[in-house]
Design a protein around this ligand. Structure first.
Ligand SMILES: Cc1cc2nc3c(=O)[nH]c(=O)nc-3n(C[C@H](O)[C@H](O)[C@H](O)COP(=O)(O)OP(=O)(O)OC[C@H]3O[C@@H](n4cnc5c(N)ncnc54)[C@H](O)[C@@H]3O)c2cc1C
Length: 232
């Protein structure tokens, strides 16, 4: 029987759940260190994801990953953040990233996550990660000492897969796979907040390079930010 479908499971050094930025980054660096790394992503890239505005300190990581030029090619240049003065829409405090303490990069990018995550996934594959799409992790068997002994997954054709990792990285994002499995999540009654997002056309921007700035606005019940997307 194929080890990947057998109950015993395929031995790997590291199994990563999730092929977003966290999972692909961890998997890439581990594979480059010589570990055998399998990454399982339940979706198929390119896929929509929210969370498109990068910050300057993301860029040294992208540089180490070797994808900075590719990100530059798909990104919108973002030199800083605008904080409009309350009650005075003509006055804006500008925080330029190149005026940060010890800026390694004085700018950042907005990216379409579908493109960004897809290129990070391809980079993981090119770095030696056994990265698989449309494979959903379903269940973990824990050993008596509490360590994850076996990880069960299912591919798009309904085939059951099993792995025996020495280490498990949960990078499942908001799915919080391990948090749910181990029932670790607790509501914080003092932090009853929610986030909503939408994409708009025809938004008036500031002139010149400042047009790429994020705008951060406060209002009575919270705050919002407005980020320039490509071509709009
Ligand atoms: C409204 C909103 C706005 C945001 N804006 C920003 C922003 O501007 N800038 C920013 O940096 N961040 C932003 N974020 C946060 C950002 O979305 C996350 O921090 C980021 O996506 C986390 O990356 P990740 O790799 O940890 O998880 P994800 O990107 O969520 O990736 C997790 C992956 O795991 C996969 N997965 C989940 N469960 C399983 C499973 N069982 N088996 C296999 N695969 C699985 C998912 O399909 C997914 O591809 C925003 C969040 C919200 C809610």
């Amino acid at each position: 029987m194929d080890g990947a479908t057998g109950e015993a499971g395929v031995p790997v050094d590291v199994l990563v759940i999730g092929g977003g930025p966290a999972g692909t980054t961890a998997a890439t660096f581990l594979a480059r260190r010589g570990w055998t790394v399998t990454l399982l992503e339940k979706a198929a890239h390119p896929r929509f994801h929210i969370g498109e505005s990068l910050l300057p300190m993301n860029l040294p990581i992208l540089q180490r990953l070797g994808v900075l030029e590719q990100v530059k090619a798909i990104g919108v240049h973002k030199p800083g953040a605008d904080f409009p003065m309350r009650g005075d829409s003509d006055s804006v405090n500008v925080f330029r990233f190149d005026r940060a303490l010890d800026p390694q990069f004085g700018y950042a990018y907005w990216v379409k996550r579908a493109e960004f995550d897809e290129l990070l996934f391809a980079n993981a594959v090119a770095s030696g990660v056994d990265a698989r799409q449309q494979v959903k992790v379903e269940r973990i068997d824990f050993a008596g000492d509490g360590r994850p002994a076996r990880v069960h997954a299912r591919d798009a054709d309904g085939h059951a897969l099993a792995f025996r990792p020495r280490y498990l990285v949960d990078a499942s994002g908001r799915d919080t796979f391990l948090g749910n499995t181990l029932k670790l999540k607790k509501k914080n009654p003092a932090h009853q907040s929610a986030a909503i997002f939408s994409h708009f056309r025809g938004v008036t921007r500031r002139a010149g390079e400042e047009a790429g700035n994020i705008t951060v606005e406060r209002f009575a019940h919270g705050w919002m930010w407005l980020i320039r997307c490509a071509g709009t």
